[in-house]
Design a protein around this ligand. Structure first.
Ligand code: ATP
Length: 434
C-alpha cells in the first residue's frame, strides 16, 4: 500500500474503532495533541505494562520512579536544554509557513516555493509560570524528556533500594516538545509519553553495557510482535552525536514514510551527573565498597516513545486481505498487548445461548479484558474484532447446549476449533502469555 494510503487508512480506523482521536476535536482540534479512546487506552496500557514488567519485574537491578513533570528551572539550564534544545527554523516570506530548516534544504518554501527567511534557533521547551506572578523569575518548563527526573534522583533511589552500581532506574511519563513540524499522525506529537531507563555503570564498563542494552532493546521489540525485518539500528556518526553522548544508536522501524527512530540508546558518559553535581554543589558520585573506589557513574540510556511504539504496532499489524470476495482489515497484533484478549458471542439471541455466553463472559472477565457482543450477523462481529486486533472469538452455538463446547476462531488464520467451556480459561491464558 502506498505511504499515504496506509497512514490515512490507519488514522481512519483509529478514529472509527476508538483508538485515537484528535485532541479537542469538536473545537477543530489542537495540532499534534491526541486523545486515546477505549481501544487505544487498553493498547497503550498493555505496551507500558510490558515495558515496565521487562524492566522492573523481571530484573533485580532496575528500580522504578515517577518524578514530577515540573522541575526546578535550573535543571534545564544545567542539562543544556535551555541553550541547546533547539531546532533551526525558517519562515516563508510568501505563505508565512514555518518549517524546520532541514525540511527546506532547497532554500525555497516546501509548500509554495516562496523565499525563506534566514534560519533562527527555536527552543522546543514549553514554558509556563509557577505561582500567581507571570514574571521571569517564576518561569518553569514542561519537561521535554523524563530522563532528568532520574538523574537528579540518582542517590534518592540508590540509597533506599540499596542497589549497587551497575543498576538502573526506569520511568514512564509525559514529555512535551514544541515541535516545529509535528505530523505523521502520532509519530511526532507535542505532548507524548516516554519510557526511559537510565543504567548507571562503572566508567570502564560503559561499552559492555551499551552493547548489552542495544541487544536487549531489540529483543523487546521482537517480543512485542514487530516484524524483525522492519527493525534495524542506525549508528550515529561523530557529526550526529549530541553534546553529551559518547555513542548513540537509533533503533529504527521502517515506517511507510521511511526508516525513523523508535528508540534512542545512548552512552551519556558522566555528563549529566557531573553537571548536576557542579551546579548544585551536591556530591553525586558513588562509593564502591569492595574496591573502595569513588566515581561518577556513566549512564547508558534507553529512551523509547510510548506513542511511537503504539503507532508502530498499528502499522506493523495492519493487513487488508480478500476473503470470499470481501476485503477484511485486520490488526495482527501480539495477543499479549491486544486491547481485548477475546470476544464472546452467542450465535443467536435465543435458545439459552445468551445465558451460557454471559456465564462464560462473567467468568473470563475476572482475568482478561473480554468483549461481549450479541448484535448482528456473526460474520460482522468477527470483522469488528479483526479490526481492533482481538486474537480470539468464542462462539456459543446449538452444539454448546449439547456438549458444553464452544468454537474458538483464530483472528489470523480464521480457523475454528472446538473446546470445552471448562478449559477456556487455561487455553486463553496460554495464548496470551509471553
Ligand atoms: P527525533 O529525532 O525524532 O526528534 P529525538 O532524537 O529528539 O527524536 P529522543 O530525544 O531521543 O528523540 O527521544 C526518545 C524517544 O522519544 C524517541 O525515540 C521517540 O520514540 C520519542 N519521541 C521524541 N520526540 C517525540 C515526539 N515529538 N512525539 C512522539 N514521540 C517522541
Amino acid at each position: 500500500m502506498a505511504e499515504n494510503t496506509v497512514m490515512e487508512k490507519l488514522s481512519s480506523l483509529a478514529k472509527r474503532r476508538g483508538f485515537i482521536f484528535q485532541s479537542s476535536e469538536i473545537y477543530g482540534g489542537l495540532n499534534a495533541c491526541w486523545d486515546y479512546g477505549p481501544m487505544g487506552v487498553e493498547l497503550k496500557r498493555n505496551i507500558k505494562e510490558f515495558w515496565w514488567r521487562s524492566m522492573t519485574l523481571l530484573r533485580d537491578d532496575i528500580e522504578g520512579l515517577d518524578a514530577a513533570i515540573l522541575m526546578h528551572p535550573k535543571v534545564w539550564e544545567t542539562s543544556g536544554h535551555v541553550a541547546n534544545f533547539t531546532d533551526p527554523m525558517v519562515d516563508c516570506k510568501k505563505c508565512k509557513g514555518r518549517f524546520r530548516a532541514d525540511e527546506a534544504v532547497s532554500g525555497r518554501c516546501p509548500k509554495c516555493g516562496g523565499e525563506l527567511t534566514e534560519a533562527r534557533q527555536f527552543n522546543l521547551m514549553f514554558k509556563t509560570f509557577m505561582g500567581p506572578v507571570e514574571e521571569g523569575a517564576a518561569v518553569v518548563y514542561l519537561r521535554p524528556e523524563t530522563a532528568q527526573g532520574i538523574y537528579v534522583n540518582f542517590l534518592n533511589v540508590q540509597g533506599p533500594s540499596r542497589q549497587k552500581v551497575p543498576f538502573g532506574i526506569a520511568q514512564i511519563g509525559k514529555a512535551f516538545r514544541n515541535e516545529i513540524s509535528p505530523g505523521n499522525f502520532i509519530f511526532r506529537m507535542r505532548e507524548f509519553e516516554q519510557m526511559e531507563m537510565q543504567f548507571f555503570v562503572h566508567p570502564k564498563e560503559d561499552e559492555k553495557w551499551f552493547e548489552f542494552w542495544r541487544q536487549e532493546r531489540m529483543k523487546w521489540y521482537f517480543q512485542l510482535g514487530i516484524r524483525q525485518e522492519k527493525l534495524r539500528f542506525h549508528q550515529h556518526g561523530p557529526e550526529e552525536l549530541a553534546h553529551y553522548a559518547k555513542a548513540a544508536n537509533d533503533l529504527q522501524y521502517e515506517f511507510p514514510f521511511g526508516w525513523q527512530e523508535l528508540e534512542g540508546i545512548h552512552n551519556r558518559t558522566d555528563f549529566d551527573l557531573s553537571r548536576h553535581s557542579q551546579a548544585t554543589g551536591k556530591e553525586l558520585s558513588y562509593f564502591d565498597e569492595p574496591t573502595k573506589e569513588r566515581f561518577i557513574p556513566y549512564i547508558i540510556e534507553t529512551s523509547a516513545g510510548c506513542d511511537r511504539t503504539l503507532l508502530t504496532v498499528l502499522i506493523d499489524g495492519y493487513y487488508e486481505e480478500e476473503v470470499k470476495g470481501e476485503t477484511r482489515s485486520v490488526l495482527r497484533i501480539a495477543p499479549h498487548i491486544a486491547p481485548f484478549k477475546a470476544a464472546i458471542f452467542p450465535l443467536v439471541n435465543r435458545d439459552g445461548m445468551p445465558e451460557v455466553a454471559t456465564k462464560i463472559y462473567n467468568n473470563l472477565r475476572k482475568k482478561f479484558k473480554i468483549f461481549y457482543d450479541d448484535k448482528g450477523a456473526v460474520g460482522r462481529r468477527y470483522r469488528r474484532m479483526d479490526e481492533v486486533g482481538t486474537p480470539f472469538c468464542m462462539t456459543v452455538d446449538s452444539q454448546t447446549l449439547q456438549d458444553e463446547t464452544v468454537t474458538i476462531r483464530d483472528r489470523d488464520t480464521m480457523q475454528q476449533t472446538r473446546h470445552k467451556i471448562s478449559e477456556l480459561e487455561g487455553i486463553l491464558q496460554k495464548k496470551v502469555e509471553i
